[in-house]
Ligand binder design. Structure first.
Ligand code: BGC
Length: 505
Protein backbone atom coordinates (compact mmCIF):
# COMPACT_ATOMS: atom_id res chain seq x y z
CA UNK A 1 0.00 0.00 0.00
CA UNK A 2 1.07 3.50 -0.79
CA UNK A 3 1.29 6.33 1.70
CA UNK A 4 -1.56 8.75 1.36
CA UNK A 5 -1.91 12.36 2.30
CA UNK A 6 -4.70 13.01 4.75
CA UNK A 7 -6.31 15.54 2.47
CA UNK A 8 -7.30 13.25 -0.34
CA UNK A 9 -9.64 15.11 -2.64
CA UNK A 10 -12.94 13.26 -2.73
CA UNK A 11 -13.44 11.89 -6.19
CA UNK A 12 -16.66 13.68 -6.86
CA UNK A 13 -15.51 17.05 -5.61
CA UNK A 14 -15.22 18.38 -9.13
CA UNK A 15 -18.28 16.60 -10.46
CA UNK A 16 -18.31 13.91 -13.03
CA UNK A 17 -20.58 15.56 -15.58
CA UNK A 18 -18.46 14.52 -18.49
CA UNK A 19 -18.30 17.69 -20.57
CA UNK A 20 -17.54 19.97 -17.66
CA UNK A 21 -15.09 17.60 -16.09
CA UNK A 22 -13.14 17.04 -19.27
CA UNK A 23 -12.74 20.76 -19.74
CA UNK A 24 -11.61 20.87 -16.15
CA UNK A 25 -9.18 18.05 -16.94
CA UNK A 26 -7.55 19.97 -19.73
CA UNK A 27 -7.44 23.11 -17.62
CA UNK A 28 -5.91 21.24 -14.69
CA UNK A 29 -3.14 19.73 -16.72
CA UNK A 30 -2.50 22.88 -18.69
CA UNK A 31 -1.91 24.64 -15.38
CA UNK A 32 0.33 21.80 -14.37
CA UNK A 33 2.39 22.02 -17.50
CA UNK A 34 2.58 25.74 -17.89
CA UNK A 35 2.92 26.29 -14.15
CA UNK A 36 5.72 23.79 -13.63
CA UNK A 37 7.62 23.92 -16.87
CA UNK A 38 6.69 27.35 -18.16
CA UNK A 39 6.23 26.03 -21.65
CA UNK A 40 3.85 26.66 -24.45
CA UNK A 41 1.39 23.85 -25.07
CA UNK A 42 1.15 22.65 -28.64
CA UNK A 43 -2.49 22.44 -29.68
CA UNK A 44 -3.19 19.18 -31.44
CA UNK A 45 -6.69 18.70 -32.83
CA UNK A 46 -8.23 15.60 -31.36
CA UNK A 47 -10.88 13.79 -33.35
CA UNK A 48 -14.01 12.46 -31.70
CA UNK A 49 -13.82 8.75 -31.00
CA UNK A 50 -15.61 6.55 -33.49
CA UNK A 51 -16.20 3.17 -31.88
CA UNK A 52 -16.11 1.45 -35.28
CA UNK A 53 -18.85 -0.94 -34.26
CA UNK A 54 -16.53 -2.58 -31.73
CA UNK A 55 -18.58 -1.55 -28.72
CA UNK A 56 -18.00 -3.66 -25.61
CA UNK A 57 -21.36 -2.63 -24.25
CA UNK A 58 -24.36 -4.91 -24.81
CA UNK A 59 -27.56 -3.16 -25.71
CA UNK A 60 -30.39 -5.29 -24.43
CA UNK A 61 -33.14 -5.51 -27.07
CA UNK A 62 -32.71 -1.91 -28.10
CA UNK A 63 -33.74 -0.55 -24.70
CA UNK A 64 -31.04 1.40 -22.97
CA UNK A 65 -30.94 0.39 -19.32
CA UNK A 66 -29.34 2.72 -16.77
CA UNK A 67 -26.32 0.37 -16.72
CA UNK A 68 -26.01 0.48 -20.47
CA UNK A 69 -26.26 4.24 -20.60
CA UNK A 70 -23.43 4.63 -18.08
CA UNK A 71 -21.34 2.06 -19.85
CA UNK A 72 -21.78 3.83 -23.17
CA UNK A 73 -20.60 7.04 -21.54
CA UNK A 74 -17.60 5.28 -20.00
CA UNK A 75 -16.83 3.59 -23.29
CA UNK A 76 -16.74 6.95 -25.00
CA UNK A 77 -14.41 8.35 -22.36
CA UNK A 78 -11.99 5.44 -22.27
CA UNK A 79 -11.87 4.40 -25.93
CA UNK A 80 -8.80 5.54 -27.83
CA UNK A 81 -9.63 5.48 -31.53
CA UNK A 82 -7.10 4.54 -34.20
CA UNK A 83 -7.12 8.17 -35.30
CA UNK A 84 -6.29 9.44 -31.83
CA UNK A 85 -3.49 6.88 -31.59
CA UNK A 86 -1.98 8.28 -34.79
CA UNK A 87 -2.19 11.83 -33.38
CA UNK A 88 -0.55 10.60 -30.20
CA UNK A 89 2.30 8.95 -32.12
CA UNK A 90 2.97 12.10 -34.14
CA UNK A 91 2.96 14.26 -31.03
CA UNK A 92 5.18 11.87 -29.05
CA UNK A 93 7.73 11.85 -31.88
CA UNK A 94 7.82 15.67 -31.74
CA UNK A 95 8.31 15.55 -27.98
CA UNK A 96 11.08 12.95 -28.31
CA UNK A 97 12.92 15.26 -30.71
CA UNK A 98 12.57 18.20 -28.33
CA UNK A 99 13.83 16.12 -25.39
CA UNK A 100 16.84 14.98 -27.43
CA UNK A 101 17.66 18.57 -28.37
CA UNK A 102 17.52 20.11 -24.88
CA UNK A 103 16.60 19.51 -21.25
CA UNK A 104 13.35 20.72 -19.68
CA UNK A 105 10.82 19.05 -21.96
CA UNK A 106 8.01 16.57 -21.23
CA UNK A 107 10.11 13.63 -22.35
CA UNK A 108 13.45 13.77 -20.56
CA UNK A 109 15.24 11.55 -23.12
CA UNK A 110 18.11 10.83 -20.72
CA UNK A 111 21.45 9.73 -22.27
CA UNK A 112 22.36 6.48 -20.50
CA UNK A 113 26.10 6.39 -21.37
CA UNK A 114 25.49 2.86 -22.66
CA UNK A 115 27.13 2.99 -26.07
CA UNK A 116 27.82 -0.67 -26.80
CA UNK A 117 25.64 -3.61 -27.58
CA UNK A 118 26.67 -6.90 -26.06
CA UNK A 119 28.43 -9.26 -28.45
CA UNK A 120 27.28 -12.37 -26.61
CA UNK A 121 30.95 -13.23 -25.97
CA UNK A 122 31.23 -11.46 -22.62
CA UNK A 123 32.33 -13.69 -19.77
CA UNK A 124 32.79 -13.36 -16.02
CA UNK A 125 30.70 -12.92 -12.90
CA UNK A 126 29.11 -9.62 -11.92
CA UNK A 127 26.76 -8.56 -9.11
CA UNK A 128 23.59 -6.58 -9.68
CA UNK A 129 21.23 -4.71 -7.39
CA UNK A 130 17.85 -4.18 -9.02
CA UNK A 131 15.39 -1.76 -7.42
CA UNK A 132 12.10 -1.76 -9.31
CA UNK A 133 8.84 -0.55 -7.78
CA UNK A 134 7.41 -3.17 -5.47
CA UNK A 135 10.52 -5.22 -4.87
CA UNK A 136 14.26 -5.36 -5.26
CA UNK A 137 16.66 -8.12 -6.06
CA UNK A 138 20.28 -8.93 -5.44
CA UNK A 139 21.72 -11.01 -8.27
CA UNK A 140 24.92 -12.70 -9.28
CA UNK A 141 25.14 -13.03 -13.04
CA UNK A 142 27.56 -15.45 -14.72
CA UNK A 143 28.25 -14.53 -18.30
CA UNK A 144 29.20 -17.75 -20.00
CA UNK A 145 29.82 -16.42 -23.54
CA UNK A 146 28.01 -17.56 -26.72
CA UNK A 147 24.95 -15.56 -25.66
CA UNK A 148 24.49 -17.67 -22.53
CA UNK A 149 24.22 -16.50 -18.95
CA UNK A 150 23.15 -17.89 -15.60
CA UNK A 151 21.82 -15.98 -12.66
CA UNK A 152 21.33 -16.56 -8.94
CA UNK A 153 19.19 -14.06 -7.12
CA UNK A 154 17.21 -13.21 -4.01
CA UNK A 155 14.08 -11.13 -4.16
CA UNK A 156 12.86 -8.84 -1.36
CA UNK A 157 9.58 -6.97 -1.07
CA UNK A 158 9.91 -3.22 -0.60
CA UNK A 159 7.28 -2.49 2.04
CA UNK A 160 5.53 0.82 2.65
CA UNK A 161 7.74 1.59 5.63
CA UNK A 162 10.84 1.36 3.49
CA UNK A 163 9.28 3.53 0.78
CA UNK A 164 8.78 6.24 3.41
CA UNK A 165 12.00 5.70 5.36
CA UNK A 166 15.01 8.01 5.14
CA UNK A 167 17.44 7.50 2.27
CA UNK A 168 20.08 6.25 4.69
CA UNK A 169 17.76 3.52 5.99
CA UNK A 170 16.90 2.52 2.41
CA UNK A 171 20.51 2.25 1.25
CA UNK A 172 21.65 0.54 4.47
CA UNK A 173 18.92 -2.01 3.88
CA UNK A 174 20.31 -2.69 0.38
CA UNK A 175 23.85 -3.09 1.72
CA UNK A 176 22.62 -5.46 4.44
CA UNK A 177 20.82 -7.64 1.89
CA UNK A 178 23.82 -7.66 -0.45
CA UNK A 179 26.03 -8.86 2.40
CA UNK A 180 23.44 -11.49 3.36
CA UNK A 181 23.34 -12.69 -0.25
CA UNK A 182 27.14 -12.98 -0.48
CA UNK A 183 27.15 -14.99 2.76
CA UNK A 184 24.38 -17.21 1.44
CA UNK A 185 26.20 -18.07 -1.78
CA UNK A 186 29.46 -18.55 0.13
CA UNK A 187 31.29 -15.76 -1.74
CA UNK A 188 34.79 -14.73 -0.67
CA UNK A 189 34.16 -11.19 0.58
CA UNK A 190 37.87 -10.32 0.43
CA UNK A 191 37.70 -10.29 -3.39
CA UNK A 192 36.69 -6.97 -4.92
CA UNK A 193 33.60 -7.22 -7.13
CA UNK A 194 31.84 -5.02 -9.63
CA UNK A 195 28.17 -4.27 -9.32
CA UNK A 196 25.61 -2.95 -11.80
CA UNK A 197 22.90 -0.91 -10.06
CA UNK A 198 19.45 -0.93 -11.67
CA UNK A 199 17.61 2.05 -10.27
CA UNK A 200 14.17 2.39 -11.85
CA UNK A 201 13.53 6.08 -11.25
CA UNK A 202 14.36 9.18 -13.27
CA UNK A 203 17.97 10.26 -12.72
CA UNK A 204 20.10 12.92 -14.34
CA UNK A 205 23.15 10.95 -15.43
CA UNK A 206 26.48 12.77 -15.95
CA UNK A 207 28.42 9.47 -16.24
CA UNK A 208 27.78 5.73 -16.44
CA UNK A 209 28.31 5.28 -12.72
CA UNK A 210 26.80 8.52 -11.49
CA UNK A 211 23.27 9.85 -11.33
CA UNK A 212 21.20 12.18 -9.15
CA UNK A 213 17.57 11.37 -8.52
CA UNK A 214 15.28 13.89 -10.22
CA UNK A 215 12.14 12.90 -8.32
CA UNK A 216 10.64 9.85 -6.68
CA UNK A 217 7.56 8.16 -8.09
CA UNK A 218 5.64 4.86 -7.66
CA UNK A 219 4.85 5.83 -4.05
CA UNK A 220 8.47 6.27 -2.85
CA UNK A 221 9.12 9.27 -0.62
CA UNK A 222 12.49 8.54 1.05
CA UNK A 223 14.03 11.75 2.31
CA UNK A 224 17.55 12.83 1.48
CA UNK A 225 17.79 11.17 -1.94
CA UNK A 226 16.33 13.68 -4.42
CA UNK A 227 19.18 15.60 -6.11
CA UNK A 228 21.76 13.26 -4.57
CA UNK A 229 23.99 10.82 -6.45
CA UNK A 230 22.40 7.43 -5.80
CA UNK A 231 25.61 5.58 -6.71
CA UNK A 232 27.44 7.50 -4.01
CA UNK A 233 24.67 6.79 -1.49
CA UNK A 234 24.95 3.09 -2.27
CA UNK A 235 28.77 3.17 -2.15
CA UNK A 236 28.64 4.85 1.28
CA UNK A 237 26.23 2.22 2.59
CA UNK A 238 28.48 -0.57 1.25
CA UNK A 239 31.48 1.12 2.91
CA UNK A 240 29.70 1.23 6.25
CA UNK A 241 29.65 -2.57 6.01
CA UNK A 242 33.24 -2.77 4.73
CA UNK A 243 32.08 -4.51 1.58
CA UNK A 244 34.58 -4.50 -1.28
CA UNK A 245 32.08 -3.75 -3.99
CA UNK A 246 32.50 -1.16 -6.72
CA UNK A 247 29.36 0.22 -8.37
CA UNK A 248 30.47 0.44 -12.01
CA UNK A 249 27.18 1.15 -13.77
CA UNK A 250 23.90 2.87 -12.95
CA UNK A 251 21.17 1.56 -15.19
CA UNK A 252 17.46 2.18 -15.68
CA UNK A 253 15.39 -1.04 -15.79
CA UNK A 254 14.36 -0.35 -19.40
CA UNK A 255 18.02 -0.02 -20.39
CA UNK A 256 18.84 -3.27 -18.57
CA UNK A 257 15.95 -5.08 -20.24
CA UNK A 258 17.05 -3.83 -23.67
CA UNK A 259 20.70 -4.82 -23.24
CA UNK A 260 19.98 -8.21 -21.71
CA UNK A 261 17.64 -9.11 -24.58
CA UNK A 262 20.12 -7.80 -27.15
CA UNK A 263 22.63 -10.29 -25.67
CA UNK A 264 20.67 -13.12 -27.27
CA UNK A 265 18.80 -11.25 -30.05
CA UNK A 266 20.79 -8.51 -31.82
CA UNK A 267 17.60 -7.25 -33.54
CA UNK A 268 16.46 -5.87 -30.16
CA UNK A 269 16.43 -2.08 -30.33
CA UNK A 270 13.84 -1.15 -27.67
CA UNK A 271 13.32 -2.13 -24.03
CA UNK A 272 9.98 -1.45 -22.32
CA UNK A 273 8.74 -1.94 -18.77
CA UNK A 274 5.01 -2.34 -18.17
CA UNK A 275 4.89 -3.12 -14.47
CA UNK A 276 4.33 -1.06 -11.33
CA UNK A 277 5.60 1.85 -13.43
CA UNK A 278 6.20 2.21 -17.15
CA UNK A 279 9.01 3.47 -19.36
CA UNK A 280 11.01 2.71 -22.52
CA UNK A 281 14.60 2.93 -23.73
CA UNK A 282 16.04 2.57 -27.24
CA UNK A 283 19.22 2.92 -29.28
CA UNK A 284 19.52 6.42 -30.77
CA UNK A 285 22.10 7.76 -33.20
CA UNK A 286 24.46 10.18 -31.43
CA UNK A 287 23.97 12.80 -34.16
CA UNK A 288 20.26 12.89 -33.26
CA UNK A 289 21.02 13.73 -29.60
CA UNK A 290 21.47 17.48 -29.92
CA UNK A 291 22.07 18.02 -26.20
CA UNK A 292 24.90 15.44 -26.07
CA UNK A 293 28.29 17.11 -25.81
CA UNK A 294 30.39 14.04 -24.93
CA UNK A 295 32.44 11.79 -27.19
CA UNK A 296 31.04 9.74 -30.04
CA UNK A 297 32.74 6.37 -29.64
CA UNK A 298 30.30 4.07 -31.36
CA UNK A 299 27.82 6.34 -33.16
CA UNK A 300 24.92 5.38 -30.91
CA UNK A 301 23.71 5.47 -27.33
CA UNK A 302 20.79 4.07 -25.39
CA UNK A 303 18.31 6.81 -24.47
CA UNK A 304 16.03 6.44 -21.46
CA UNK A 305 12.87 8.20 -22.64
CA UNK A 306 11.07 8.34 -19.23
CA UNK A 307 7.86 8.21 -21.26
CA UNK A 308 5.79 7.91 -18.07
CA UNK A 309 6.08 11.69 -17.73
CA UNK A 310 4.35 12.35 -21.06
CA UNK A 311 1.33 14.50 -20.26
CA UNK A 312 -0.15 16.25 -23.26
CA UNK A 313 -3.75 16.98 -22.21
CA UNK A 314 -4.87 17.82 -25.72
CA UNK A 315 -3.87 14.37 -26.99
CA UNK A 316 -4.25 11.94 -24.08
CA UNK A 317 -7.76 10.66 -23.35
CA UNK A 318 -7.78 11.92 -19.75
CA UNK A 319 -11.01 11.21 -17.87
CA UNK A 320 -12.29 12.76 -14.62
CA UNK A 321 -11.29 9.51 -12.92
CA UNK A 322 -7.66 9.99 -14.00
CA UNK A 323 -7.74 13.50 -12.59
CA UNK A 324 -9.15 12.33 -9.27
CA UNK A 325 -6.44 9.69 -9.04
CA UNK A 326 -3.74 12.18 -9.91
CA UNK A 327 -4.88 14.76 -7.35
CA UNK A 328 -4.85 12.20 -4.56
CA UNK A 329 -1.50 10.70 -5.58
CA UNK A 330 1.82 11.22 -3.79
CA UNK A 331 3.13 13.09 -6.87
CA UNK A 332 0.26 15.11 -8.40
CA UNK A 333 0.58 16.42 -11.95
CA UNK A 334 3.52 14.11 -12.63
CA UNK A 335 3.78 10.82 -14.56
CA UNK A 336 0.39 11.25 -16.24
CA UNK A 337 1.05 8.69 -19.01
CA UNK A 338 2.29 6.24 -16.37
CA UNK A 339 -0.84 6.80 -14.28
CA UNK A 340 -2.98 5.72 -17.27
CA UNK A 341 -0.93 2.62 -18.05
CA UNK A 342 0.96 1.02 -15.23
CA UNK A 343 0.10 -1.64 -12.69
CA UNK A 344 0.27 0.66 -9.71
CA UNK A 345 -2.65 2.68 -11.02
CA UNK A 346 -4.98 0.60 -13.25
CA UNK A 347 -6.93 -0.92 -10.36
CA UNK A 348 -7.18 2.49 -8.74
CA UNK A 349 -8.77 3.99 -11.88
CA UNK A 350 -11.33 1.17 -11.84
CA UNK A 351 -11.97 1.82 -8.15
CA UNK A 352 -12.79 5.46 -8.89
CA UNK A 353 -15.20 4.45 -11.67
CA UNK A 354 -16.94 1.93 -9.39
CA UNK A 355 -17.29 4.51 -6.61
CA UNK A 356 -18.92 6.87 -9.11
CA UNK A 357 -21.41 4.21 -10.24
CA UNK A 358 -22.16 3.28 -6.63
CA UNK A 359 -22.77 6.92 -5.70
CA UNK A 360 -25.48 7.18 -8.36
CA UNK A 361 -27.04 3.91 -7.24
CA UNK A 362 -26.22 2.20 -10.55
CA UNK A 363 -24.01 -0.46 -9.02
CA UNK A 364 -24.52 -2.86 -6.11
CA UNK A 365 -27.83 -1.09 -5.32
CA UNK A 366 -25.74 1.87 -4.20
CA UNK A 367 -23.97 -0.10 -1.46
CA UNK A 368 -20.18 -0.11 -1.46
CA UNK A 369 -17.82 -1.24 1.26
CA UNK A 370 -15.10 0.11 3.53
CA UNK A 371 -12.52 -1.86 1.60
CA UNK A 372 -13.57 -0.38 -1.73
CA UNK A 373 -13.49 3.08 -0.17
CA UNK A 374 -9.83 2.60 0.73
CA UNK A 375 -7.39 3.96 -1.87
CA UNK A 376 -5.43 1.34 -3.82
CA UNK A 377 -7.45 -1.54 -2.34
CA UNK A 378 -8.72 -2.58 -5.77
CA UNK A 379 -5.47 -4.03 -7.06
CA UNK A 380 -4.60 -4.44 -10.73
CA UNK A 381 -4.27 -8.17 -9.99
CA UNK A 382 -8.04 -8.13 -9.28
CA UNK A 383 -8.64 -6.70 -12.74
CA UNK A 384 -6.60 -9.55 -14.23
CA UNK A 385 -8.76 -12.07 -12.37
CA UNK A 386 -11.95 -10.40 -13.54
CA UNK A 387 -10.80 -10.13 -17.15
CA UNK A 388 -9.86 -13.82 -17.05
CA UNK A 389 -13.30 -14.79 -15.74
CA UNK A 390 -15.35 -16.27 -18.57
CA UNK A 391 -17.77 -18.26 -16.40
CA UNK A 392 -21.49 -17.93 -17.06
CA UNK A 393 -22.23 -16.40 -13.66
CA UNK A 394 -18.93 -14.52 -13.46
CA UNK A 395 -18.25 -16.42 -10.27
CA UNK A 396 -14.62 -15.35 -9.87
CA UNK A 397 -15.67 -11.74 -10.30
CA UNK A 398 -18.24 -12.35 -7.55
CA UNK A 399 -15.47 -13.74 -5.33
CA UNK A 400 -13.28 -10.68 -5.91
CA UNK A 401 -16.11 -8.23 -5.23
CA UNK A 402 -17.80 -10.00 -2.32
CA UNK A 403 -15.00 -11.96 -0.61
CA UNK A 404 -12.01 -9.69 -1.20
CA UNK A 405 -13.67 -6.29 -1.37
CA UNK A 406 -16.54 -6.92 1.03
CA UNK A 407 -19.40 -5.75 -1.22
CA UNK A 408 -22.51 -7.18 0.54
CA UNK A 409 -24.16 -8.58 -2.58
CA UNK A 410 -23.71 -8.36 -6.35
CA UNK A 411 -26.03 -9.22 -9.23
CA UNK A 412 -24.88 -10.72 -12.51
CA UNK A 413 -25.68 -7.33 -14.07
CA UNK A 414 -23.34 -5.60 -11.59
CA UNK A 415 -20.61 -8.10 -12.33
CA UNK A 416 -20.93 -7.57 -16.07
CA UNK A 417 -20.59 -3.84 -15.56
CA UNK A 418 -17.44 -4.29 -13.43
CA UNK A 419 -15.95 -6.62 -16.03
CA UNK A 420 -16.64 -4.11 -18.80
CA UNK A 421 -15.05 -1.30 -16.78
CA UNK A 422 -11.92 -3.45 -16.33
CA UNK A 423 -11.87 -4.16 -20.07
CA UNK A 424 -12.14 -0.47 -20.91
CA UNK A 425 -9.36 0.59 -18.54
CA UNK A 426 -7.11 -2.36 -19.48
CA UNK A 427 -7.62 -1.86 -23.22
CA UNK A 428 -6.88 1.85 -23.01
CA UNK A 429 -3.61 1.09 -21.19
CA UNK A 430 -2.54 -1.45 -23.81
CA UNK A 431 -3.34 0.89 -26.70
CA UNK A 432 -1.49 3.83 -25.13
CA UNK A 433 1.57 1.61 -24.52
CA UNK A 434 1.45 0.52 -28.15
CA UNK A 435 1.34 4.18 -29.24
CA UNK A 436 4.52 4.80 -27.23
CA UNK A 437 6.24 1.91 -29.01
CA UNK A 438 4.99 3.06 -32.42
CA UNK A 439 6.40 6.53 -31.69
CA UNK A 440 9.84 5.11 -30.86
CA UNK A 441 9.88 2.80 -33.89
CA UNK A 442 8.86 5.75 -36.07
CA UNK A 443 11.54 7.99 -34.55
CA UNK A 444 14.18 5.30 -35.12
CA UNK A 445 12.90 4.60 -38.61
CA UNK A 446 12.99 0.88 -37.84
CA UNK A 447 9.74 -0.12 -39.47
CA UNK A 448 11.53 -2.89 -41.38
CA UNK A 449 12.55 -5.05 -38.40
CA UNK A 450 12.59 -4.38 -34.68
CA UNK A 451 12.34 -6.59 -31.63
CA UNK A 452 10.95 -4.94 -28.52
CA UNK A 453 11.93 -6.56 -25.22
CA UNK A 454 9.15 -6.07 -22.66
CA UNK A 455 9.02 -6.94 -19.01
CA UNK A 456 6.82 -6.19 -16.01
CA UNK A 457 3.78 -7.66 -14.35
CA UNK A 458 1.24 -5.91 -16.58
CA UNK A 459 2.77 -7.16 -19.81
CA UNK A 460 3.44 -10.62 -18.42
CA UNK A 461 0.29 -11.32 -16.45
CA UNK A 462 -2.55 -9.02 -17.50
CA UNK A 463 -4.84 -11.05 -19.80
CA UNK A 464 -4.98 -9.98 -23.46
CA UNK A 465 -2.59 -7.06 -22.88
CA UNK A 466 -0.05 -8.12 -25.50
CA UNK A 467 -2.74 -8.91 -28.07
CA UNK A 468 -4.44 -5.58 -27.51
CA UNK A 469 -1.09 -3.90 -28.05
CA UNK A 470 -0.58 -5.85 -31.28
CA UNK A 471 -4.05 -4.86 -32.51
CA UNK A 472 -3.31 -1.21 -31.85
CA UNK A 473 0.08 -1.45 -33.59
CA UNK A 474 -1.67 -2.89 -36.64
CA UNK A 475 -4.17 -0.01 -36.62
CA UNK A 476 -1.34 2.53 -36.44
CA UNK A 477 1.28 0.96 -38.70
CA UNK A 478 -0.75 -1.28 -41.00
CA UNK A 479 1.02 -4.32 -42.41
CA UNK A 480 4.44 -3.06 -41.23
CA UNK A 481 3.31 -3.79 -37.68
CA UNK A 482 4.19 -7.42 -38.51
CA UNK A 483 7.86 -6.36 -38.41
CA UNK A 484 7.59 -5.21 -34.81
CA UNK A 485 8.08 -8.21 -32.58
CA UNK A 486 6.96 -7.88 -28.97
CA UNK A 487 8.86 -10.33 -26.76
CA UNK A 488 8.85 -10.98 -23.05
CA UNK A 489 12.32 -10.24 -21.66
CA UNK A 490 11.78 -11.64 -18.20
CA UNK A 491 14.21 -10.59 -15.43
CA UNK A 492 16.27 -8.60 -17.91
CA UNK A 493 16.72 -5.49 -15.77
CA UNK A 494 19.20 -7.05 -13.33
CA UNK A 495 20.95 -9.16 -15.96
CA UNK A 496 21.28 -6.12 -18.19
CA UNK A 497 22.86 -4.05 -15.42
CA UNK A 498 25.42 -6.81 -14.83
CA UNK A 499 26.11 -7.03 -18.57
CA UNK A 500 26.54 -3.27 -18.86
CA UNK A 501 28.88 -3.26 -15.88
CA UNK A 502 30.89 -6.01 -17.62
CA UNK A 503 30.89 -4.47 -21.13
CA UNK A 504 31.71 -0.94 -20.05
CA UNK A 505 34.21 -1.68 -17.31
C1 BGC B 1 10.32 5.34 -13.59
C2 BGC B 1 11.22 4.79 -14.67
C3 BGC B 1 11.13 3.29 -14.68
C4 BGC B 1 9.68 2.83 -14.80
C5 BGC B 1 9.52 1.32 -14.81
C6 BGC B 1 8.91 4.78 -13.73
O1 BGC B 1 8.13 5.19 -12.65
O2 BGC B 1 10.28 6.76 -13.67
O3 BGC B 1 12.55 5.20 -14.47
O4 BGC B 1 11.88 2.80 -15.77
O5 BGC B 1 8.94 3.35 -13.73
O6 BGC B 1 10.00 0.75 -13.64
Amino acid sequence: MVAWNDNITPVFAFGLTTGIALTAATQYLLTALVGNNRKQIVEVPVPSEPLNGHSLVRKESGILTQHTRSLLRLEKEFTVSGQRLQTLVRHMVQEMKKGLAADGHQLKMIPSFVVRRPTGNETGSVLALDLGGSNFRVCEVYLEGQGRLRMRHRKYVVGDDLKRASGRVLFDFFAEKIEGFLDEIGADKAIERNLGFTFSFPVGQPALAQGHLLHWNKGFQCEGVVNRDVVQLLAEALNRRNLKIKVTALVNDTVGTLISHAYTDPQTHIGVILGTGTNAAYFERIEEIGKWTGPNETGEMVINTEWGAYCEPSVLPITPYDLALDRASTAPKMQIFEKMISGMYLGEIVRYVLLDLISTGELFKGRGSKKLDTPYNFETANMSRIERDHSLELSDTKAVLEDILGIPTTSIGDRRVVKTVCELVGTRAARLSAAGIAAIVTKMNRLDACTVALDGSVFEHYPHFANRMRDALREMLGITAENIILELGRDGSGQGAALIAAIHH
